[in-house]
Design a protein around this ligand. Structure first.
Ligand code: 13P
Ligand code: SF4
Length: 322
């Protein structure tokens, strides 16, 4: 018996049925599915490309698809649309926002810029199109170090919206930077106290951390890097056990790449509550299928704003390592 959409909600389909239906739609629509490492495993399984923010921006820039289905958070899909005005960009759930991006309103950021005249504005990709339009260069945690090295030493820098990533870079490169005081609740909530406790309980494990964590946590890490850099580190390290201080969605790919190693999500509290990004988890397989059937929610970016935001994204892609 075949099921049809009219009588069945996607929520009643099994993962296998949804994989098959999404595969058929993908061909019919000439669509590409991009997913961030923090999404649930079944989304990562159905995606054509799974990556961090930089890899996904690059994939959005260079593909032959007519439709981009973006399973991530809003600023990621918005960046894909800014790069592809002629393609349809869909999201499984357009309410999947990023509180870090939302913590930096354009009118306040404009005033912040006015307080630091002559500064170059380097902005984390976790920001709205309006903030990108006010910026000189966009960056991600994968390419920020490469980009900072290209900025003359006497050049003042404004960095936003993530204060922890900004402070990490300012310290590492001994650069004075005016930092917007935003943060990612997922990474900022990891505490030094709980991290030291789990490290003492697991003396044979290496602590690795994303630079969106606070300095108090980063200083205990054996390795600090973007989501992709952390993944690569776990593959190349001879260590067999890792305490991973970032969003635990990446553990799926870490485990897949290194089946013999053990990955422990870093605890946020003594009850071992994990640092989960609830916005990323709003992407479900059923919603992904439904957005392809309905061709919505669709991302729309007003053309003047798109062109203003495009410059800082293009500069990032030009300044990134090959
Ligand atoms: P990366 O994917 O660039 O590591 O960024 C982490 C993040 O918080 C994405 O929202
Ligand atoms: Fe935003 Fe943090 Fe979630 Fe990334 S993990 S989308 S920065 S809230």
């Amino acid at each position: 018996m075949t099921r049809d959409l009219a009588s069945h909600s996607p929520a009643t389909f099994s993962h296998q049925e949804l994989f098959q239906k999404i595969g058929v739609l993908k061909k019919e629509m000439n669509a590409i599915i991009l997913a961030h490492y923090y999404t649930v495993p079944e989304i990562q399984q159905v995606a054509d490309i799974v990556g961090d923010s930089l890899a996904l921006a690059r994939a959005a820039e260079k593909n032959d698809a007519d439709v981009i289905v973006f399973a991530g958070v809003y600023f990621m899909a918005e960046t894909a649309k800014i790069l592809n005005p002629d393609k349809q960009v869909l999201m499984p759930d357009a309410h999947a926002g990023c509180p870090l991006a939302d913590s930096c309103p354009a009118d306040e950021f404009r005033k912040f810029k006015e307080q630091h005249p002559g500064s170059i504005v380097i902005t984390y990709i976790n920001s709205t199109a309006e903030i990108k339009a006010l910026s000189d260069i966009t960056c991600t945690s994968s390419n920020v170090e490469h980009i900072i090295r290209q900025i003359p030493e006497n050049q003042q820098i404004i960095f936003g919206p993530d204060r922890n990533l900004g402070a990490y870079i300012a310290k590492k490169f001994n650069r004075e930077m005016a930092l917007w005081q935003g943060y990612c609740y997922v990474h900022d909530d990891f505490s030094e106290e709980y991290m030291l406790k789990v490290c003492s309980e697991q003396p044979d494990a290496e602590l690795i951390a994303h630079p969106e964590c606070q300095e108090e946590v980063l200083r205990h890490a054996v390795f600090v890097g973007s989501t992709k850099a952390l993944l690569d580190y776990t593959v190349s390290s001879s260590c067999r056990k890792f305490i991973v201080a970032t969003e635990p969605g990446i553990l799926y790919e870490m485990q897949r790449r290194s089946p013999g190693k053990l990955f422990l999500p870093a605890p946020k509290a003594l009850d071992n509550h994990r640092g989960v990004c609830t916005q990323m988890k709003q992407n479900t397989l059923a919603k992904l299928y439904q957005c392809m059937v309905n061709r919505k929610p669709e991302i729309v970016v007003e053309e003047t704003l798109r062109l203003e935001a495009l410059g800082s994204i293009r500069r990032m892609l030009q300044m990134s390592p090959g």
